[in-house]
Design a protein around this ligand. Sequence first.
Ligand code: SF4
Length: 287
Amino acid sequence: MDFTLSEWVNLAGEGSLADAAVKQQAEETGMTVEAVRATMHSHLCCMQEAVQSGLDEKLRSVSGLSGGQAALFLKRMQEGKLLGGRLLGKAEVYAMATAECNACMGKIVAAPTAGACGILPGTILAMMEESDVSEEQAVDALFVAAAVGQSIATQASISGAEGGCQAECGSAAAMAAAALAYLEGGTPQQCADAAAFAIMNLLGLVCDPVGGLVEVPCVYRNVGSCGVAFTAADMVLSGIRCPIAPDEVILAMKEVGDALPASLRETGDGGCAACASVRARLKANTL
Ligand code: SF4
């Protein structure tokens, strides 16, 4: 069954959005609640492994465009020099590691897509290491994120080719924002509002992969979108209500995506992909 965000909020009622999502998944798949949770736990383990392989300083993609950058980022974090502090910094480092792991053909969890695979693991794993979030709580948070992702996928899109990067990194940031709000004790409505705030902040983001490769600007957008997720969660946890119904924000994302020209929907013809320096390097095969 597909649900809108407001339906998810109603389904959760006075209870937890995570429990509602687990129950729904069990009913839909015919699996036990324990089996459904075990599957999500295996995804969490895969996210941890992806971060570790992405932090290898020797990692390089076939194109040479990415790899080894997360290791540089990690070094600065370990020196205590990241401007946003350790929690956000670690989320960003892990997001970059995961995105670089993907660019180097490593195994990742599409969350919701391979291009936007770093944002959700980055935020959740940072919360586990820096904010005493248990594995069980992290699994719950992934179910909250999954509910949000399902709502966006069915009402709008999670494909860059269809809706631009707002549909990939925007959706991932929305999922992460809801998960963060949940982990900090937010209500189901606050989780939905956090998702909407994240989408609002990335509305209109175009899909413009250089050379058609999911590397530039994808890797860097995974990093930046973590900040959007934390900001969105912080706003709702401060008591700020989203002035637009979250589902309406999702529908606005669809409308914007539909209006984007083909050059800005994963064709590699516009945006960053069309920059003269990039085109020259592509032509000379020196990317
Ligand atoms: S720029 Fe396009 S390919 Fe890259 S992450 Fe965004 S949607 Fe995916």
